[in-house]
Every structure is written in structure tokens, then in C-alpha cells.
Design a protein around this ligand. Structure first.
Ligand code: SF4
Length: 237
């Protein structure tokens, strides 16, 4: 029986092999191949559906401790029925390695390779959530290095944002959207340092200004102007 020697998230870092030989025979008859190194580049996602035509930097929702806690919190919380959890455990399972790669890079230290964008609008964490302060500082660095692009970050972690932005200036081209965790309780209150608040409902509200739209045609979360967004939560089976 073979032994699985390596098992890793990062498919392009280590190739999982099954060895039937003893350790001493491990290298026998093996053609030399270049050693693959962990890429230091953040992976950019081409989005579909609502976010079609808006590139995104995503992270892994499933391994994010904040998301895990929120997902297990209460049915009143939007994270209880998280679209990203469902997708990453189902139809988008194949995205897990790339987004885990981003999670590791973004949370572990300042980026040595800052991605450059030629798109007017970019979404941070179309999937995922801020992991720690380093993650947010890396988003600030990316924003500062791409002054012609407007970045939109949806986050529930207002305390983390405040802590970081007390120490450094928020770039003009970053739009911070506070994602209200409570379903069906629309609020206009925007935390300090944020630009907008995003609410969800279970039934169509008269204040709904998002449901059924594509972001690239709407841009309310990528431009200044409308500060309260309301969308009806999608039904999931
Ligand atoms: S309000 Fe517009 S930009 Fe914001 S999430 Fe909805 S469709 Fe996208």
C-alpha cells in the first residue's frame, strides 16, 4: 500500500504523491524536476453572477475564525446562511486552494508583491472577511498602489477597521461598506471610518435598491453617493 507523503491546500506548492517504495528507494529512477516555490502573488478572481466584470481578491471563508463564529451564531445573523460557505462547500469547492493561498499571504505579513489592476473597480473579499489587522493593512497597501482603481471592501469587522485607521489614513479610492449582520433590521447608521451600510431582508422592502442588479451596472457600492443599501436575501435550498 502506498503512503500519502504530502497533503496540502496549496496544490502548486507540493505535489501529493503516493509512494510504494521504502524511504531509501524514494529517489531511485525519479527524473529531476524543478522545486516549486510558494508563489507570493495574490490570486485575482474573475467573478460571475452579481459581480460579473468586477475582479476580486477573495479569501477562504471556511478557515476564517470570525466567519466560523458568525456562521454558528444565530439564524438572525446573515452569516448563519452564508452564501460563501455554501458555495465553497459545493459548486465552488475548487476555489478553496486559491483563496486559502490568499488568506495565508494576506494575514501573515506585508505583501512583497503588490498586485496591479487596470480595472476601474475591484472588490475585496467578494468571498471571505478580514482575518486580522495585517490583512486589512495589505488591502490598504494595494489600494494605495493602484490610485486609478476604486476598491470596495464589505466587512462586519468595524472594530478592526477602526483600530487600523486610527493609525493610518484611509485612501480616497477605498470604499468601506459596513455589512450589517442582522437580517431584517435595516439601519442607516454607519460606523466611523465607513462610507456605507449594507442591509439584508427576508422580504422585499420599499427601501430595496440592490436586489436583482448587477454591480457593474449599479456601482452604488463602488462610488460615493448612496449610503444605505438594501438587498433581499437569496433563498437557498
Ligand atoms: S447596491 Fe449595487 S453595487 Fe452594491 S451590491 Fe447591490 S448591485 Fe452591487
Amino acid at each position: 500500500m502506498g503512503t500519502k507523503l504530502f497533503s496540502t491546500w496549496e496544490g502548486d506548492l507540493l505535489t501529493e504523491r503516493t509512494y510504494s517504495e521504502s524511504l531509501s528507494g524514494l529517489w531511485k529512477d525519479r527524473a529531476p524536476e524543478p522545486v516549486k516555490k510558494l508563489s507570493l502573488a495574490v490570486k485575482i478572481s474573475v467573478m460571475t453572477g452579481k459581480l460579473v466584470e468586477i475582479p476580486a481578491i477573495n479569501t477562504n471563508t471556511l478557515t476564517n475564525e470570525f466567519c466560523q463564529k458568525m456562521h454558528a451564531s444565530s439564524p438572525q445573523c446573515i452569516c448563519w446562511d452564508c452564501y460563501s460557505y455554501a458555495m465553497l462547500e459545493g459548486s465552488r469547492k475548487n476555489c478553496q486552494p486559491a483563496w486559502e493561498h490568499n488568506s495565508l499571504l494576506l494575514k501573515s505579513g506585508l505583501l512583497s508583491e503588490i498586485p496591479r489592476f487596470n480595472s476601474l473597480y475591484v472588490r475585496f473579499d467578494g468571498h471571505g472577511e478580514l482575518i486580522n489587522e495585517t490583512h486589512f493593512i495589505n488591502y490598504l497597501l494595494i489600494t494605495e498602489h493602484n490610485p486609478k482603481t476604486t476598491f470596495s471592501l464589505f466587512t462586519k469587522r468595524h472594530k478592526l477597521v477602526k483600530k487600523v485607521l486610527e493609525t493610518r489614513k484611509k485612501p480616497q479610492n477605498l470604499i468601506l461598506v459596513y455589512s450589517n449582520p442582522i437580517v431584517g433590521r435595516i439601519t442607516d447608521k454607519i460606523p466611523y471610518y465607513f462610507d456605507k451600510v449594507f442591509n439584508t431582508t427576508t422580504e422585499k422592502s420599499t427601501r430595496d435598491n440592490c436586489t436583482g442588479r448587477k454591480c457593474i451596472e449599479c456601482l452604488a457600492c463602488y462610488t460615493h453617493g448612496t449610503n444605505t443599501l438594501v438587498e433581499m436575501k437569496k433563498a437557498r435550498s
